[in-house]
Write a protein that binds this ligand. Structure first.
Ligand code: AOF
Ligand code: ZN
Length: 372
């Protein structure tokens, strides 16, 4: 086990922050951060650029220039070893004369890399140490890892619920259940996922814009996705009107009206056609695979209750963000999750508690999904 110094920790923390800052912009590539240091002095830093290139190490080495000679590079993910559109980052680190490389998460699952980056560095006589703050680094690339290993994007379901688990009144009134503090957290979550996904019911009821209103993130292009089997998204909806700057994908069934598809496509909307499943609703597994196919690695679903329920039922959800306000609706409310199809307690979906925060009167809890 490596004994990490406080400088090592500080430098890797800085690299992780750089990676986090790039989250939601680098798909299909992972968000990576790199810091180059001479002792306890940072001489270069960089993160994966929008669209996934250049890679973090290249940016940091450019920033450091000649100061990279003899330095330590702190990287959140194993440096790549393949010749893509740019030469391998491992080679760039070797050529720059870096003496030591510290890697947080050293297991890039991309079949073109998978340990070869680390091996290349070691073969060149560079001291390579791995595993510093690995857990944090792994969390940042969770979407990338899932797409590479499962062919499906990472899915977080976020719901703003009453204490008794409703997301709206039966009449559809849902603004607002949680307070401004909790809603700000959602803005951040929107910025950190590649895409925001809602059901057509939400679009028709609320006409949401689904952008990130976080200061500094307003202009960050957000992919928005609507599960809209019959292509009912109105042409004058906010989503369609701002499709030029914030790309919009509609997941439609093959029997959706062709004239609607044509009109929407004319407005710059991408229509992905997906088969229906045995029950006659959109095959969500196929739909998520299609989203992976267009390069999305992480998706934030903000309801509605049918879509969130169907995603859970299909075993597609990785994480649940449950934002709970101290209000009650009882049986006048709309349950947060519909159609789970559970008859016996033994078949309940099981979760593992991850974290809890409090904002004003609201409690924000995060869970990992264990089974379905
Ligand atoms: C790095 N640093 O910042 C990132 C890496 O398609 P390419 O050629 O850009 O390569 C993409 C692969 O590179 C991706 O699948 C992953 O293995 C790695 N991502 N590697 O050294 C980075 N984003
Ligand atoms: Zn690279």
């Amino acid at each position: 086990m490596t004994e990490w110094t406080s400088t090592d920790r500080r430098m890797m923390m800085a690299a992780l922050n750089l990676a986090r800052g790039a989250l939601g912009t680098t798909a299909p590539n992972p968000a990576v951060g790199c810091v180059i240091a001479q002792g306890d002095r940072i001489v270069g830093q960089g993160a994966t650029q929008p669209g996934g290139r250049p890679h973090a190490e290249v940016m940091a080495l450019r920033d450091a220039g000649a100061a990279a000679q003899g330095a330590t590079a702190y990287v959140t993910l194993e440096p790549c070893s393949h010749h893509g559109r740019t030469p391998p980052c491992a080679d760039a680190l070797i050529e720059a004369g870096v003496a030591r490389v510290v890697i947080a998460f050293a297991h890039d699952p991309d079949p073109r890399v998978q340990g070869r980056g680390t091996a290349r560095l070691r073969a060149a006589g560079i001291a390579v140490e791995t595993g510093l703050m690995e857990h944090d680094a792994q969390a940042i690339v969770a979407g990338f890892v899932k797409t590479v290993t499962h062919g499906l994007p990472w899915i977080t379901v976020k719901l703003g619920v009453t204490l008794d688990g409703c997301i709206a009144t039966k009449g559809g009134e849902s603004r607002w259940i949680t307070g401004p503090g909790a809603r700000k957290v959602v803005q951040r979550m929107r910025a950190e996922h590649d895409a925001i996904l809602v059901g057509i019911g939400t679009v028709l009821a609320d006409d949401p814009g689904l952008r990130s209103a976080l200061p500094g993130f307003e202009d960050r292009p957000r992919w928005r996705v609507v599960a809209d089997s019959y292509l009912r998204t109105p042409l004058d909806s906010q989503l369609v009107r701002n499709a030029a700057t914030h790309p919009l994908i509609l997941l439609a069934a093959s029997d959706a009206p062709a004239d609607r598809a044509k009109a929407l496509q004319g407005d710059g909307v991408t229509v992905l056609t997906v088969a229906r499943d045995a029950g006659g609703t959109l095959d969500l597994t196929a739909a998520m695979r299609a989203l992976k196919g267009v390069g999305l690695t992480s998706i934030l679903n903000e309801g509605g209750s049918q879509l969130a329920g169907a995603l859970l039922r299909a075993g597609l959800v990785d994480r649940l963000a449950w934002h709970r306000a101290p209000i009650l609706l009882g049986d006048s409310g709309l349950p947060a999750l519909q159609g789970l199809g559970i008859e016996r307690l033994a078949d309940a979906i099981r979760l593992r508690f991850l974290a809890r925060q409090e904002y004003e009167d609201d409690v924000l809890e995060t869970y990992d999904i264990l089974s379905r």
